[in-house]
Design a protein around this ligand. Sequence first.
Ligand code: AP5
Length: 220
Amino acid sequence: MNILLLGAPGAGKGTQAELLAEHLHIPHVASGDLFREALRSDTPLGREAKGYIDRGELVPDAVTIAMVRERLAAPDSREGVILDGFPRTIEQARALDEVLAEQRQKVDLVAFIRVRPDELLKRLSGRWTCRDCGGVYHTLYNPPQRPGVCDACGGALYQRPDDRPETQSRRIEVYLAQTSPLVEHYRRRRVLVEIDGEQDIARVQDDLRKAVTGKQQAKA
Ligand code: AP5
């Protein structure tokens, strides 16, 4: 199955994608993580993306589509993927359809994780991310056992530079203007389910798994 997680910055896409990927044994492909990896490795892609990410703007479609296309060509994507943060524009959605059609696949399920803007800001402000494995924590909602240390791999936790207050607000504005139209786009295609993202992490995951099971049964 190819599953998209759609939602504003801080809605919990990464947190949920990680849990769902483990459950379904398919890869979690996050465009933001691919960009951050390129930044860390100081590749031409990373250098090109940096300014956009620092300002909370979207990286241009052509660059983003080429990066995700390459990732989806990897053999581990054949049985399906969980996409987190891609697509973010109608043009990216069309490109994704093309890439999947080349592999005789399609978008099976789009889970829209809905969270109010004031809650998004709280989540982004308290987020800590592992430098080594990308594990995500929150000072109040999902704290690590030892402050500053990743439970999963022992790596050091850091706060993402684009979680600064001025960039947080810009990212939410950009989401509303450029990405939220995808909700209607996928609703019209009858692949969208809405998930209440303001429940605790385990309940959001339960709702997601129910939606996936429903879709699997409908396909069978
Ligand atoms: P990206 O990395 O994709 O960031 P984002 O979409 O802004 O999403 P986030 O990672 O901020 O949030 P999330 O929804 O994954 O929430 P999380 O699970 O971490 O993109 C970064 C930048 O890269 C973009 O601004 C852009 O420049 C560029 N980019 C990426 N993709 C692109 C594309 N397709 N096109 C163009 N440019 C692109 O959770 C947040 C916090 O809340 C955590 O602390 C977590 O512990 C906590 N939490 C999660 N769930 C819950 C819950 N249910 N209850 C309480 N706390 C919770």
